[in-house]
Design a binder for this molecule. Sequence first.
Ligand SMILES: NC(=O)c1ccc[n+]([C@@H]2O[C@H](COP(=O)([O-])OP(=O)(O)OC[C@H]3O[C@@H](n4cnc5c(N)ncnc54)[C@H](O)[C@@H]3O)[C@@H](O)[C@H]2O)c1
Length: 318
Amino acid sequence: MKRVLVTGGAGFIGSHLCEALLKKGHEVVCFDNFFRGKQENVEHLIGRKDFTLIKGDIRNGAEVEKVVQDCDIVHHLAAINGTKYFYEEPILITDVNVAGTLNVLKACADTDVRRITFASSPEVYGLPEKIPTPEDAFSIFDNPTKTLRHSYSTSKYLGDVLCLAFHEKYGLPVTVLRYFNIYGPKLIGTEYGQVVSIFIKKALEGKPIEIFGDGKQTRSFTYVSDAVDATIRAQEKEKAIGQALNVGIQKETTIKELANRVLKITKSNSKIVHKPALVGDAKRRCPDTKKAKKILGWGAKTNLDEGLKKTIEWFKAE
Ligand SMILES: NC(=O)c1ccc[n+]([C@@H]2O[C@H](COP(=O)([O-])OP(=O)(O)OC[C@H]3O[C@@H](n4cnc5c(N)ncnc54)[C@H](O)[C@@H]3O)[C@@H](O)[C@H]2O)c1
């Protein structure tokens, strides 16, 4: 049994990870400031002897040092996520995602933490030229005079830089995990959520589903239990130390196809409406998963219809 810290543990992926770690017999410390995460995501775990919930902010170095102190493993997921924030909150994003990550890594470097994972993103590739995209592909970003959208992409890019630098300079046992469009129960369905949950919520409410641009842009939708499985494997595999790994399904789905699948499964009469394309939005995203397969012995198991059905059931129950 290990004592495992999950920053951002009350968020979408974080709360699923907390549950899975407890199932594996670990003791879990969940650290979150509830910016987008919610206590109700981990409510059912509160009161267990092996689960501690701490309300705190990764921008507070002293708080982070204290909580990292007696942990064996750290999964660092706390961040500002959600596409609408990328355009609206570039300062907050940089502060939390870069300065906060630096605090977590510094605190880990001062302790005996044995393993760290960092929740990175395919956004580090920006507007990728190579599809499927391998981990060492070029990163291509829009110029900030054109859009501030890549505040998030570059914050995750710098997160990766910091993780790999702490590994190189101080031998910190860190693994960078680039999660590709993770979806599943508990994903928030407001306009600050992600495309899958926004579409499902609109479909269930019978409201129009808005697609930005022509809908031909692709993403690789990866079910949350697969992402959690990869994360736990990363904490266990020695070979993952010092690596950046794509965590995603190597299958592209267009946004239009996603909308149609959601409409079909929910049996909704919602109309699809098109809005102007978002500036800086990547046309295609698909991971090359060879490296993750080799190092983690992992591959995504859940196909899109299966994952969507589970997610839709959860939204209906909500
Ligand atoms: N969901 C995805 O598809 C996806 C894809 C790539 C990367 N990621 C990364 O994975 C991680 C988890 O993403 P998610 O989708 O679960 O998002 P989320 O917003 O549900 O989780 C992030 C959590 O961090 C918390 N948080 C924010 N600021 C904080 C602060 N200053 N101090 C402490 N906690 C803070 C939030 O309250 C939230 O609970 C994030 O780092 C995100 O950038 C997610």
